[in-house]
Ligand binder design. Structure first.
Ligand code: ADP
Ligand code: MG
Length: 666
């Protein structure tokens, strides 16, 4: 495979190439798969004056005065710029904490401004708008990409242009087959997604790329599944495993025991294990996974457990150290956040075989990790890995036993798609806990009562998560403004703060202070959604609850009710439109992850389940049953395609597979 290097693109030196790589964009073909999260139709620009605008509008005007940066309070700055429309109407745009924007608005320069317009007295203002500088050949439909820190958007756009122009991708799907299914040619499809000329072509292109990707994924699963026999044989003393289970502070549930015995018998069989372990949040998958790892370890093999987030990986690492303290096992943690020395140590422990149990993030698989004798790979919270990352994981598993775990119950139509005909274990029952979780909607008038409830609980030693969808925002309840607010309440002494922009060390420190009960109230983004386990936490408050998928809400709710105390999940939301209201009501009345997932799939498409919503792709959100059926049919051709199979085994070495065959330069 050959193609273009980022450094060949104008504006890209080594530094920006590195920045892309850090963001998981390692090759030019990766760049092609960074899809716009949305589009603006520039034809929709409010023709009349801004003052008649309502809700989100697209405006056009030029910079009237130098931008200013105002200090609001410690850690909070407001950058504003005044824009004037053709008819002389002025409005002000404002952003918090984005000082660098100060240099982005030269006098007289023309911009499209997209945002919600608000009137304060005579003053018109738009907060946090998206701005698009006017150029001579503006497209009608303008793509919006998630900003990447360190890469200005104009640089990103021209890089994309260069790649679209110079790089040719090849589809795995034969052209005649693609035509039969009405797929747009892949290069054209990529072009139409990044630079659409009309909405119909855009929709067709999205569908074509989604089908291409899905069918490759399905075919990959089938190939992995067929790749049959394995060379390792477990001969550990099963009694040690039984003792381990006896020593636990609880007894495994029937379903946990059944799942574990299915896993162990897969491990003992001559055939490679390819098993999906599915079970609702809180059902206790971790201990099942760790038991399987122990069995591998006492048989003399290495195993890895991979998590989608650093926080969760660290927690699993702590759990493993605690549960295995009695055994003479070396447990190693690996993620991209380790410093050079730590990483070298970890890698060498893994390579020489010192490490028995390896726990980390998915960077584990991206790194050139050489294992001494890896026999078992487990991925946790599989649904959080993006569709693109996923290929790499399955690939490494070609020669090892493979267990994937997920808490998001996947609607049946999708399950087959995502996991092919993998074997399934299901944990249907939750461990009997004394606690039950009650879900309530909290109207604005009751917020004070809720806060005093939380205060009383904190006084009594019980803990609360408060989840906001944003870190900083002046409209929505955000981590920063909530924290600020709580500082003025009696909860002050209890509060800690957690979000994705903290360094990994800080995240770990905050999380472990929360776990130990030192912090009683954790104000956080939905970063705590995935897997976190703090049994003393008995309340979770979710602000702007309408902004989440139901599965995601259910995951969040699953953070409480884990100990023996009754728990509450409080939902808040300013304005619930009718459909949102129905969804929330359904959520309140239903505690079954499977039904919730099904409801979401019908209402919102497959984005939540493919892990694409988190990644901001608009391309995969419209996946429906029809499209899945097409992809499945195509995948049955792919598995017979030698080109496809070869490319899988090639990518085993690079640890990476794309759903495009290869690249050539124009
Ligand atoms: P999930 O399936 O969501 O990953 P976890 O593995 O995090 O769930 O388990 C949730 C909590 O339940 C943990 O604190 C764990 O120790 C506890 N747990 C697991 N199995 C049992 C059981 N059989 N009885 C009681 N508690 C259990
Ligand atoms: Mg878990």
């Amino acid at each position: 495979m050959y193609g273009m290097e980022f450094t060949e693109i104008r504006g890209f030196g080594v530094k920006r190439s590195e920045t892309l790589k850090k963001n998981g964009i390692e090759t030019v073909s990766d760049l092609l798969t960074v899809f716009p999260y949305s589009y603006v139709n520039l034809n929709d620009v409010a023709k009349s004056s801004v003052s008649t605008g309502k809700g989100v509008v697209t405006l056009f005007g030029k910079v009237a005065a130098q931008p200013t940066v105002k200090y609001i309070r410690k850690g909070l700055f407001l950058t504003t710029v005044v824009i004037v429309e053709n008819d002389g109407t002025e409005f002000e745009c404002g952003w918090f904490n984005r000082k660098y924007l100060k240099n982005s608005f030269p006098a007289e320069k023309e911009f499209y401004i997209i945002g919600k317009i608000e009137k304060y007295g005579k003053k018109l203002s738009v907060s946090n708008p998206i701005t698009i500088p006017y150029t001579d050949n503006m497209p009608n439909i303008y793509p919006l990409y998630r900003p990447i820190k360190g890469i200005p958007s104009n640089v990103f756009l021209s890089a994309m242009d260069a790649v679209l122009k110079n790089v040719q991708v090849n589809s795995f799907i034969d052209r005649h087959l693609a035509e039969k299914f009405g797929l747009t040619e892949l290069n054209e499809a990529f072009f139409n997604i990044h630079r659409p000329s009309d909405m119909i072509k855009l929709e067709q292109a999205k569908q074509s790329v989604a089908i291409e990707n899905l069918s490759c994924n399905m075919a990959l699963y089938s190939v992995v599944k067929q790749s049959g026999s394995k060379s390792h044989k477990y001969c550990g003393n099963i009694e040690i495993l039984n003792e381990f289970l006896n020593d636990l502070s609880f007894e495994l549930t029937y379903d946990q025991r059944k799942a574990l015995s299915e896993i162990v018998s897969d491990m003992n069989s001559k055939k490679k294990m390819n098993r999906l372990l599915q079970g609702d949040v809180g059902c206790g998958k971790t201990v099942v996974a760790l038991s399987a790892m122990l069995y591998a370890a006492i048989s003399g093999f290495q195993s890895v457990l991979m998590s989608p987030t650093e926080l969760l990986a660290l927690q699993h690492f702590e759990t493993a150290k605690r549960l295995f303290s009695k055994y003479n096992l070396k447990i190693v943690y690996l993620s991209s956040s380790l410093n050079a020395g730590e990483k070298r140590q970890a890698l060498s422990d893994i390579t020489c075989g010192n490490a028995n149990i390896i726990i980390g993030t998915h960077s584990l698989i991206r790194e050139d990790v050489i294992f001494k004798n890896l026999s078992l790979i487990i991925t946790d919270e599989q649904q959080r890995f993006g569709v693109n990352q996923r290929g790499a994981l399955e690939n490494k598993a070609l020669s090892a036993d493979y267990l994937i775990m997920t808490a998001t119950p996947i609607p049946r139509t999708l399950a087959l798609t995502l996991y092919g005909d993998l074997d399934q274990s299901e944990i249907k029952t939750l461990p009997t806990r004394k606690a039950k979780t009650d879900t309530r909607f909290v109207p604005n008038g009751k917020i004070k009562d809720m806060l005093s409830y939380i205060k009383n609980k904190a006084d009594a030693g019980e803990q609360t998560y408060m989840v906001c969808s944003r870190i900083d925002d002046d409209e929505l309840v955000s981590v920063n403004n909530l924290y600020e607010y709580l500082q003025k309440t009696p909860l002050k002494k209890y509060v800690g703060i957690l979000h994705g922009q903290l360094s990994d060390n800080d995240k770990e420190a905050v999380m472990s202070r929360f776990a130990s009960g030192d912090i009683k109230v954790l104000v956080s983004t939905s970063i705590v959604e995935v897997g976190i386990d703090v049994p003393q936490a008995t309340t979770i408050v979710i602000f702007n609850a309408d902004r989440y998928g139901l599965s995601q809400l259910h995951q969040l709710r699953g953070r409480v009710g884990r100990g023996d105390k009754d728990s509450f999940c409080f939902l808040l939301s300013d304005k619930l439109k009718d459909s949102a209201k129905q969804r929330i009501e359904y959520f309140i009345s239903c505690n079954d992850g499977f039904s919730l997932a099904d409801y979401d799939f019908k209402q919102r498409g497959a984005g939540d389940f493919l892990g694409t919503r988190q990644h901001g792709d608009s391309v995969y959100t419209n996946i429906n049953k029809d499209l899945i059926d097409k992809a499945r049919e195509i995948s049955s051709f792919l598995v017979q395609n030698d080109n496809f199979k070869n490319s899988i085994s090639q990518s085993e070495q690079t640890g990476k597979i794309l759903f495009v065959k290869s690249l050539t330069m124009n």
